[in-house]
Write a protein that binds this ligand. Sequence first.
Ligand code: NAD
Length: 287
Amino acid sequence: MEVKKVAVLGAGLMGHGIAQVSAQVAKYEVNLRDMKQEFIDSGMGMIKGSLQRFVSKGTLSEKEMNETLGRIHPTLDLKKAVADADLIIEAIPENIELKKSVWREVDRYAKETATFTSNTSSISITEMASATSRPEKFCGMHFFNPPQLMNLIEIVRGAKTSDGTVKIVAEAAKKMGKETVLCKKDSPGFIVNRVLIPALNEAIFLVHEGIATPEDIDKAIKLGLNWPMGPITLLDYLGLDTTLSITEVLQKDFGDKYRACPLLRQMVRAGLLGRKTGKGFYNWEKK
Ligand code: NAD
């Protein structure tokens, strides 16, 4: 089944970027759905800003920018968004009950041949798929932030995902210009976060135990491991609340090996969430 039209649910941080890549690189027609006009406007504003940056850098022409925008069709209507879509990519907030209720509704309106995917970072693909009547057509399609620049998509099999579904998603990802890896089982954190989150948590323990400063930890990992960004800075970008919730999901399934550092909890309680609140390990207000 060839994908021609994509529906992206959620025009937030990830959804707007996924819609943009789908229209700009894969040249798919895209229905972009959110709950309120202001969220649609903000998502479309971010897409325009990003396309404009590609134009300024000379990697996209003015004409291509307008054609890309012409392929994105914003809507508030879920039925309209999914009814003619071949591939549905859900990027709504990380809340299991919310996601399941949206998938129940999508299941009612989507074409029989449609492929269902979720961009979740940590929620079980199998559990979401079970809210639909077609779990074999459901799989994880995990983009990285920002989707316009990050080259990887993790494809995640649910317990009932068919080989055909994996193939359709892999082909769509390729058309979007992305590399893919297959997570063969629906397992918390998939591949990247299962490795990354304990590493970040360990970096927080180094601060907590007074072993090194955040600056020196970042310097050590950048120069010693060739990471492009140090772990403490990365934590401030990711958001400490997001990091804590992924850690908790991992701990629930894998045990205390994934126990969050007490300093991470304290900082989340204090509202020191990183860049988005102006302060985390570093002070971003003055930057
Ligand atoms: P976000 O809060 O920026 O955006 C979510 C958007 O969904 C909001 O605009 C909200 O209004 C909208 N929404 C809520 N209910 C909706 C519905 N029923 N239909 C359509 N839209 C609805 O969140 P985000 O950071 O873009 O995260 C979205 C998903 O992507 C989550 O599952 C998250 O785990 C995952 N993810 C996030 C990142 C990241 O770095 N932020 C990376 C990879 C995956």
